[in-house]
Design a protein around this ligand. Structure first.
Ligand code: DGL
Length: 277
């Protein structure tokens, strides 16, 4: 396995599918002169309903495929893999810097949370493992934390279905009773999207829940963490700006639906390489 530290190498980013493109978009905005390789493990999505052992195995294979191509840092842009496999990846690929999205998401929520607390919405695996709950309580030991798995939201997002009567109904089921709304006035007013697929629903959620709710995700904070670490380790590049996309299945679908996650830009997804990991 090749582990190198060269500022001219790209930053590797992976997710189970297209959700991590929301993190990639934040990284590209904050680090416009870096190169990236993004791997979507679309053949094996969803990760969030699989056992911890399977998620660790998939994450090691996805990370290994990126490391073999030569990367200077790895961003695990999947909350499920971050919550389950981050330590295993950091150990296997040391001394490569490996960044997750759970700690940055928890930090972003703690920074804005009020006494009503934080609601975490994520995959079954992320909620059951308790990584967000622990990270939030490390930030604020007395914080009120509620959580709920929303596996259907992943399916909706991968369909690119972000604004319809059906998606509104499914979003409302996910938040009902555990997030501040006109009918749930004492529930937490901070909603933490603990799955990288969920930021595509940000506008719909804000519309459905109103201005009394702050919708938070990990993307910006995770990107800032990576940017600071690259500078600190002398690994920042001033000459890049390209992104290579890899997918383990469904290239045409990846290009079509991926645009929703990248904020509507199809051009950047013109070339997606099919890979077997
Ligand atoms: N994007 C993944 C996450 O952030 C979840 C999607 C899946 O279940 O594979 O947790």
């Amino acid at each position: 396995m090749r582990v190198v530290s060269d500022a001219n190498l790209p930053i590797g980013v992976f997710d189970s599918g297209m959700g991590g493109l929301t993190v990639l978009a934040a990284l590209q905005r904050q680090l416009p002169t870096e190169d990236f390789i993004y791997l979507g493990d679309t053949a094996r999505l969803p990760y969030g309903t699989k056992s911890a052992e399977t998620v660790v195995r998939y994450a090691r294979q996805a990370a290994g495929a990126l490391v073999q191509r030569g990367i200077k840092a790895l961003v695990v842009a999947c909350n499920t893999a971050s919550a389950t496999a981050l330590d295993a990846l950091a150990q296997e690929f040391a001394p490569l810097s490996v960044f997750g999205v759970v700690e940055p998401g928890a930090a972003a929520a703690c920074a804005v949370a009020d006494a009503s607390g934080v609601t975490v919405l994520a995959t079954e695996s992320t909620i059951a493992g308790g990584a967000y709950q622990r990270a939030l309580l490390r930030g604020q030991p007395t914080l009120r934390v509620l959580g709920r798995p929303c596996p259907l939201w992943v399916t909706l997002a991968e369909q690119g279905s972000v604004a319809s009567t059906l998606s509104d109904a499914i979003l409302l089921v996910g938040v009902s009773g555990i997030t501040r709304s006109p009918v749930s006035a004492t529930s937490p007013s901070t909603l933490l999207l603990g799955c990288t697929h969920f930021p595509v629903f940000r506008d719909a959620l804000q519309r459905l829940l109103g201005d009394g709710v702050r919708v938070i995700d990990s993307a910006q904070t995770a990107a800032s963490t990576v940017a600071a670490a690259l500078t600190e380790h002398g690994l920042a590049s001033a000459h890049g700006g390209k992104t290579v996309f890899l997918a383990t299945d469904g290239v045409a679908r990846f290009q079509r639906v991926g645009a929703v996650f990248m904020g509507g830009s199809l051009d950047s997804l013109a070339n997606v390489e099919l890979v077997d990991i």
